[in-house]
Write a protein that binds this ligand. Structure first.
Ligand code: 2GW
Ligand code: MN
Length: 296
């Protein structure tokens, strides 16, 4: 009897070992310590997610800012590529925030997809253009987005969709791993380490990229309100976080853990030499010409 129990346990250990060795993505971390999945290609069945979200009548708002020179430089490519790859099969409403509404390109949209242009003022400092997005998104969730959608995703405009960016990315609260930091040791994360800033964070879980975040409306509302309040508090105290809204976002996601995390396959920088973990590029950073884009 004892021999049988021993044999069985050896068998189980072997089985676990085999499962461990033949994991779909053995080289990468596929779960946070609080059990949130990290979405790597090969770890999920896209069709299953599509079926579930179709049944649930999920609908998605995409917010993007194209202020000043960024409109001509990026918006057309961003939208055209989103039409090919972003949440196909689900109702999508684009919210374009710009100071130049008449210059928004006229793009032919797919069935069930629509676009709204919201005029905003151009802040003179680029740091403010970036940070004040938090306030605008929060206001728009309350005034408009809740009429059309139950999820909202907020994007930088300087990027291009290259592959499926689908319903597997939807979750209660969604953050993105920064392509440049996902492999680095925590000490090298560029959190704001100034104790005077509300974004202050000594060590966190991951370094998240503010180029994409999203989730259920109530969660994104909470995130944008909270980041905006911290940004304003910093202004009052005459400090600015190292990476602006991104520092505040990192602080927020440390305090309120995201329920789903996107791998850098969802926002890849092609200038990174080591591409060994990237099995599919779903979206890439558009090249930047700082000299012409950042002059005022
Ligand atoms: C931004 C910086 C310098 C000069 C102009 C701008 C600018 C930004 C602009 O003139 N017009 C504009 O619409 N924006 C919007 O802000 C646009 O949607 C853009 O994608 C976003 C963030 O600026 P970006 O993409 O130049 O900043 P990154 O790529 O360095 O982004 C990371 O860090 C930022 C904070 O410094 C944000 O957190 C951003 O979400 C991060 O990806
Ligand atoms: Mn960007």
């Amino acid at each position: 009897h004892l021999v049988r129990i021993k044999a069985m346990s050896v068998l189980y250990i072997l089985l676990f070992f085999l499962i461990f060795c033949f994991r779909a993505r053995p080289q990468v971390q596929t779960q946070a310590h609080w059990k949130a999945p990290i979405m790597w290609e090969g770890m999920f069945e896209p069709k299953l997610y599509d079926l579930t979200h179709n049944k649930a009548h999920s609908s998605v708002a995409l917010t993007v800012f194209a202020v000043g020179r960024y409109l001509d430089a990026y918006l057309n490519t961003f939208l055209t590529s989103a039409e090919r790859y972003f949440m196909l099969g689900l109702p999508v409403t684009y919210f374009i925030f710009t100071d130049l509404p008449e210059k928004v390109p006229n793009i032919k949209l797919g069935l069930g997809r629509s676009l709204k242009i919201v005029q905003i003022e151009k802040h003179s400092r680029w740091q403010d253009i970036s940070m004040m997005r938090m306030k605008t998104i929060s206001n728009t969730i309350e005034s408009e987005i809740h009429h059309c959608c139950n999820y909202v995703f907020c994007f930088d405009v300087d990027q291009k969709f290259m592959g499926r960016f689908g319903s597997e990315a939807l979750g209660d609260s969604v953050a993105l791993l920064h392509a440049h930091y996902y492999k680095l040791p925590k000490e090298r994360f560029t959190y704001d380490r100034n104790p005077k800033s509300k974004a202050f964070l000594q060590t966190g879980d991951f370094y998240y990229h503010a180029a994409i975040f999203g989730g259920l409306l109530k969660n994104v509302k909470n995130l944008t309100d909270s980041c905006y309040m911290s940004i304003m508090e910093d202004k009052k105290n005459n400090v600015e976080a190292l990476w602006h809204d991104e520092s505040h976002l990192n602080k927020y996601f440390f305090l309120y853990k995201p329920s789903r995390i996107l791998s850098p396959e969802y926002c890849w920088d092609q200038s990174i030499y080591d591409k060994s973990d990237i099995n599919v590029t779903r979206l890439i950073w558009a090249p930047k010409n700082y000299d012409t884009l950042r002059m005022n």
